[in-house]
Design a protein around this ligand. Structure first.
Ligand SMILES: [Zn+2]
Length: 379
């Protein structure tokens, strides 16, 4: 693609036309860069002003937590963002329930990281092991779906389990590791929401082996999702501090002997393979490009360093990728012949399956209107 004369790449970050919806201004700067700047103005760390907001938020959480076991809940995967979030919550004096959802693909390093962190922070840890049979069948169906986002079964179950736990322990505040510093840039065209259970059911109906898997697969429908959203406050806590990936890793390594596992979301062996092999080979885009672009625009690395890292083939070699592929195929009961068919089949989008897309757009508008009426969001 790079040798193509129509190839275009942003002059500020490293996003390129592998995002089909990308737009460039007269200086060759992409729409993601402009959105990033706008988001930083709205939600980024602004010194004392943000410090004040955080203090207020922590006070609110502690007030609500009085007489209850916990002030907040957080999901911990063993990755940089969630581990640092746990550290930060502890430093803020919050009583945290840490929940880890094991969907069958944990890397050993990730599990060790989680145990080390929670022990050192004296944090209660609950591990929810998802019924493997259900997980396997659903992930297998996604492999045959022709969809880009094969992580939907994992992402949905993670959130469903977290919400269920929050309700069980009457916790109103859920700390969320999403942040501008490492995830500020992510094209909308590169995936569909994992919250649409109708879409998930439809994929399974068309591509699955028709077993009653949803009895043991924690999930939420659209009504429940909006109920959760209105009653549980998700807080992107890392946006309230001057967060940097490099700085966070230094703290974690120094204080907890935490270990890095080589890449964004590589704490799951499935996600590592899906993002590094399946997406670039079949859909011709690489999520690493968006992650590195976030770090460039956020000032954590130079554009040249990011370009160099895009070409790096040593961190996750082809040999290791193929080893992971064989492991995954065996685990999901997919033959090599079926795999080749999967890779050659036409690519699909969520619109090829039933979904709540229109309803979600409508409900998001309603929710926003309600928030504007309450004065919580600027119109
Ligand atoms: Zn850009």
């Amino acid at each position: 693609m790079k040798s193509d004369q129509n190839y275009k790449i942003c002059t500020r970050c490293i996003m390129d036309i592998s995002d089909p919806q990308i737009e460039f201004d007269e200086n060759g700067v992409c729409n993601h860069c402009h959105k990033f700047d706008k988001d930083v103005m709205l939600y980024g760390y602004k010194g004392k002003e943000t410090d004040r907001e955080l203090r207020k938020l922590v006070k609110e959480m502690k007030e609500y937590g009085k007489g209850k076991e916990y002030d907040c809940i957080l999901g911990i995967s063993g990755g940089v963002d969630s581990a640092y979030m746990a550290y930060l919550a502890h430093k803020l004096g919050l009583r945290v329930l840490a929940v880890h959802v094991d969907a069958g693909w944990n890397s050993e390093i990730a599990v060790e990281n989680i145990q080390k962190m929670c022990k050192a922070l004296n944090m209660d840890l609950h591990t929810i092991v998802i019924d493997w049979q259900s997980m396997k069948e659903l992930q297998r169906a996604y492999m045959f779906s022709g969809l880009a986002n094969l992580d939907v079964p994992q992402d949905h179950v993670f959130l469903a389990a977290m919400y269920a736990y929050a309700k069980k322990y009457k916790i109103k505040y859920m700390l969320n590791g999403s942040n501008l510093a490492t995830e500020g840039i992510l094209p909308g065209a590169w995936g569909y929401a994992s919250t649409d259970f109708r879409n998930i059911k439809s994929v399974y109906k068309k591509c699955g082996r028709k077993q009653p898997i949803f009895r043991k697969y924690p999930h939420f429908g659209i009504v429940k999702y909006f109920y959760y959203q209105m009653t549980i406050k998700r807080i992107k806590i890392l946006n309230y501090v001057p967060y940097s990936k490099k700085g966070a890793m230094e703290v974690l390594e120094r204080e907890f002997d935490w270990k890095y596992y080589g890449g964004k979301h590589f704490e799951s062996r499935f996600t590592k393979f899906f993002q590094s092999y399946y997406l670039p080979q079949k859909f011709h885009y690489d999520k690493k490009r968006a992650h590195l672009s976030s770090l460039v625009v956020g000032g954590e690395m130079t554009r040249e360093e990011a370009l160099k890292e895009m070409d790096d083939v040593d961190t996750y070699t082809m040999e290791e990728m193929l080893e992971d592929r064989d492991y995954i195929l065996k685990k999901l009961e997919i033959s090599e012949k079926q795999w080749n068919k999967i890779m050659q089949a036409p690519n699909k989008t969520e619109d090829d399956y039933a979904s709540y897309k229109k309803l979600i757009v409508f409900l998001v508008k309603v929710k926003r209107l309600l928030q504007i009426c309450k004065g919580r969001v600027k119109a």
